[in-house]
Write a protein that binds this ligand. Sequence first.
Ligand code: KIV
Length: 276
Amino acid sequence: MSAQTQIRRKTVKDIAKAKGGDPLVCLTAYDAQVASLLDPHCDILLVGDSVGMVVHGLSSTVGVTLEMMILHGQAVMRGSSQAFVVVDMPFGSYETNSDQAFLNAARIMQETGCQAVKIESGTYAATQIAHLVERGIPVMGHVGLRPQAINVDGGFRAKGRTTGEWDRAIQEAVAADRAGAFAIVVEGVAPNLADEITAAVECPTIGIGASAGCDGQILVTNDLLGMTDWVPKFVKKNADLKTVIGEATETYANEVRSRAFPGEAQTYKVRKSADS
Ligand code: KIV
């Protein structure tokens, strides 16, 4: 492949340019194989801390560690070549102060080779965002429903039910934007609140359970592919992999038990000759 035709990874400039333009296509990815399938179609692959629930069977993202994020970030980088890859900063890795945030974000960037980190951004996090951006680390914000805050919220609840919640979501987004976030995930809010946030910030907004008016959309890939029975209201399942995997596994189990597998096509034809 010549230097001219080589596929180049998207940069933070490509993402920023999407404000008010064609919507950004974003999905989560946690491993190299799935990342390679999503990569040709996506502007951004997010190594979300949802990995804790989706891959590791945790009941929330609170138990996710920096080491888990780094391991999955490395795999997604190996499996992708053109998407902009963002790795989530897990709960407890950035909230204390800017120094803690920088040391952990730098570790993620150095050990995975990803292009940016994501921080769930209460207004306090503007300090950390500005600190990281000034030191060379692009940051994606995340406002509205913040899964790392479920223990304060009492569960995964859509935001904007009161004037206070509504205003806070806007304040969080504006604070992240002014601090230098290159994009902001807006999760679990009514469409008109998402649209207000999109209008209030200069960087692109990426909706999940938000509004078609956001500058992009993101979903948890396993939800999109129908790997589970239950998905949140905002997911449109575009496949039914749960059924596909269940049927393929049942067929395998039946064929193993009846000795129909392995058949001739799956066995080696090795001719034995005398030892030389
Ligand atoms: O962790 C995650 O997957 C996320 C997306 C749902 C935005 O933060």
